[in-house]
Design a protein around this ligand. Sequence first.
Ligand code: NAI
Ligand code: BGC
Length: 259
Amino acid sequence: MKQRLEGKVALVTGASSGIGRATAVRLGREGAAVGVNYRSDKDGAQTSVQEITEAGGRAIAVGGDVSKEDEVKEMVRAVVEEYGRLDILVNNAGIETERPFLEMSLEDWEKVVAVNLTGAFLMCREAMRVMVGNGGGVVVNMSSVHQRIPWPHFTHYAATKGGLKMLTETLALEFAGRGVRVNAVAPGAIATPINREKLDDPEQRAAMEKLVPWGRWGEPEEVAACVAFLASDEASYVTGATLFVDGGMALYPSFEGGE
Ligand code: NAI
Ligand code: BGC
């Protein structure tokens, strides 16, 4: 594979599984040295690291919770200490919980906001301080089709993804003169652990396929390929953009009832 990211250093949050793992592996295969962040699944992170190193790349596992300021500082520090710089940040860590709105507790709301939105803010601020010092860099935020498609019972999740859109666009403007590009990727239905329940139930699995014009679930590698493009110099004139990776899902969202 073409080494588009040779000499670059990347940090991918939530990279012990799913899209984060596929992204870390892809960036590693394209030549970047990768910090593989995990919160609690150290073994999962080690598996991602191993996949990268076995393919001839460089990677380390970096523990830390993206919603905790001190842990975020430590994560960025560890990567810079190991590899001397930081060029690419992928804010991939994210969680969701199903909650009818009238039953949603403040704790439910705050948990999702803390990881999906505050986590991205903390990571961006810390990493961009380093990037600006390096003369530039790239941020890719993992948004969702739900930055555009409202999602009943997942109000907190949809609100965080809508928030990520504005975080992306505002930072793209604020840092346009300082060499930092900021973009987002918005996946549709991707076969990862976050969708385990739906994937394991043939009816739910098929129902999702009906919502996707392309007629199938996406693979994490298909998202990772788009992150790698945005992270590379091939996207040198792209900033503030959201790239939908959704088999057309966001083009024609069908609302299937409220309750
Ligand atoms: P996943 O559940 O495998 O990945 C989420 C990762 O985030 C896990 O590795 C988890 O350990 C990590 N994480 C959770 N809280 C964290 C914290 N506080 N600090 C650090 N890491 C933390 O599921 P998936 O699908 O790979 O999700 C990755 C991202 O993609 C999420 O932001 C999700 O919202 C987004 N996404 C996923 C879609 C899908 O259909 N799978 C569609 C659209 C967006
Ligand atoms: C969610 C998935 C969901 C997909 C399509 C993603 O943002 O994380 O659980 O299947 O959107 O609705």
